[in-house]
Ligand binder design. Structure first.
Ligand code: GRF
Length: 220
């Protein structure tokens, strides 16, 4: 295999979708910069013009685009506009990183097996919002985050990996969130790297790890 072909296979574009501060986006960018992740961020897209993560992206010369959901009357037209922007990048892996919009089935089907999300709970426990408060209120002993493929049902796609943190008696939602987010910043770039290298795939309804069916999510 010549070097040109090899680099095409091992280096890929990411499109990252954010709505807020974008700390996962920053962790991914920093992993790319130090060479831990063989990828480049082709674009950061936000549905909120005021998302703080856009400032970081601009400061680091990452192309940005705002597709403001207020400019659209319904989810279908918003998602189509989003897809038009994503499709201006050649064959990207799409990374949801704190992107706070429900996506239509048309959109999720378009990017089946090419779109990842990180969620701050040990899925399938605590899908949706306020996961840290829910974990505390439920008396859980363990909490954490999950990286999963995106499907049409919110926070329900196949889970690739989880990072676990113990829940402390003294925990407040904010304290717990701080511990979980620091794990998110490790697990997300690591899983993206495995996906880009083809070591993780999703085929025929099953996650494959190194070509073999992954029966339980990877644990960090
Ligand atoms: C993270 O907790 C992520 O798991 C969830 O939204 C939050 C985004 O945080 N989906 P940030 O914008 O990456 O800092």
């Amino acid at each position: 295999m010549n070097h040109h072909v090899q680099s095409q296979l091992t280096h890929q574009s990411l499109v990252i979708l954010i709505s807020g501060r974008g700390s996962n986006m920053q962790a991914i960018h920093q992993a790319c910069t130090r060479g831990a992740l063989n990828a480049s961020i082709a674009m950061v897209i936000s549905n909120r013009p005021q998302a703080a993560g856009l400032d970081y992206a601009k400061e680091n010369r990452i192309p940005t685009c705002v597709v403001d959901h207020h400019d659209f009357t319904d989810r279908v037209t918003f998602d189509r506009a989003l897809a038009d922007v994503i499709d201006s990048v050649e064959n990207p892996l799409i990374i949801l990183a704190g992107f706070m919009r429900r996506l239509t089935a048309e959109f999720t089907h378009r990017y089946t097996a090419r779109m990842l999300n990180i969620h701050p709970s040990l899925l399938p426990r605590h899908p949706g919002l306020n996961t840290h408060a829910s974990a505390i209120a439920s008396g859980d002993r363990w909490h954490g985050c999950s990286v999963h493929y995106v499907t049409e049902e919110l926070d329900s796609g196949p889970v690739i990996a989880r990072a676990i943190v113990p829940l402390l008696r003294s925990d407040t939602p904010d304290a717990l969130a701080d511990r979980v987010i620091s794990r998110e910043h490790v697990i997300y770039p690591a899983i993206i790297q495995l996906c880009l290298r083809g070591l993780i795939e999703w085929q025929d309804g099953h996650i494959l790890y190194c070509g073999k069916r992954l029966r339980n999510p990877l644990l960090f």
